[in-house]
Ligand binder design. Structure first.
Ligand code: FES
Length: 260
């Protein structure tokens, strides 16, 4: 059982947890995720590791309260235990010096983007973070992102913070201004679809971290399957990151609605 040692509200419905998990803290890399279950009959839900402290033996997860399982998670407090936590899962992000990297994170997708921004910066890239949310309160981890990114562009749907507009507006502004070698996008599936369509137009290599429904997280149940380049892939073992231009986002969006 993994103990919660820190809890902080990043917004009304978004909570940052620091959780004891010494072995995961030691071995995790940017892009890895864990699967968490709250309660014996709880649903198994994947969360990307936002950061880790190997000295303290803790990992940080950012949880958005959007339904029953995430709601139960958000009710936990410091001193409580997670029923079970498995990881690190998935393939780590491919990090190298690409040149200029645009990291486009939307909503709670900013949390899994944070370790990628840090790793890309440490590999020598110029990192431009485009962070987007519906409104000011939902722009999370801005200070943490600023520690590593060379530039941060904030976009809000309602214009309450940063610039008014969609994430694609922010990304296109950068593309029109300078040469972009790689784009990484994490956020709601519909957002990643539009970022991907934009960068395809400009022929910019783009990686999307997919957030499908998962059950076992080890490639056995098929719940997380997606079509990439016409082939079936499992997000949990083949991903979570894929060439965004090859992902069938329409099919993924349809499958995400399976339980509605
Ligand atoms: Fe079961 Fe990926 S979550 S195969």
């Amino acid at each position: 059982m993994n103990k919660i040692v820190g809890k902080e509200y990043l917004s009304d419905k978004v909570v940052k947890f620091e959780i004891e998990a010494p072995l995961i803290a030691k071995s995790r890399k940017a892009g890895h995720f864990v699967i968490v279950r709250i309660g014996k009959k709880g649903e198994r839900v994947p969360y990307t590791i936002a950061s880790a402290d190997p000295q303290k033996g803790t990992i940080t997860l950012v949880v958005q309260n959007v339904g029953k399982s995430s709601g139960k998670f958000c009710e936990l407090n410091v001193g409580d235990y997670i029923t079970d936590l498995v990881g690190p899962l998935g393939k780590a992000t491919h990090i190298e010096n690409f040149g200029t990297v645009v990291c486009a994170g939307g909503g709670v997708g900013i949390a899994p983007m944070l370790p990628i921004i840090e790793a890309m910066k440490k590999a020598g890239n110029k990192v431009i973070a485009v962070l987007a949310a519906r409104t000011k309160e939902l722009v999370i981890l801005e200070n943490e992102v600023r520690q590593f990114a060379d530039e941060v562009i904030i976009m809000t749907d309602d214009g309450s913070y940063g610039k008014k507009g969609l994430i694609t507006n922010g990304v296109e502004e950068v593309i029109q201004r300078e040469k972009v070698d790689l784009c990484v996008t994490i956020g709601p599936a519909i957002m990643m679809k539009f970022v991907s369509e934009l960068t395809k137009k400009y022929n910019i290599q783009t990686i999307a971290s997919l957030n499908t429904i998962m059950v076992d997280g080890t490639g056995m149940c098929g719940a997380c399957r997606v079509t990439v380049g016409g082939k079936t892939k499992f997000v949990c073992v083949d991903g979570p990151e894929f060439d965004a231009h090859q992902v069938d986002f329409d099919e993924m969006l349809m499958r995400l609605k399976a339980y509605n």
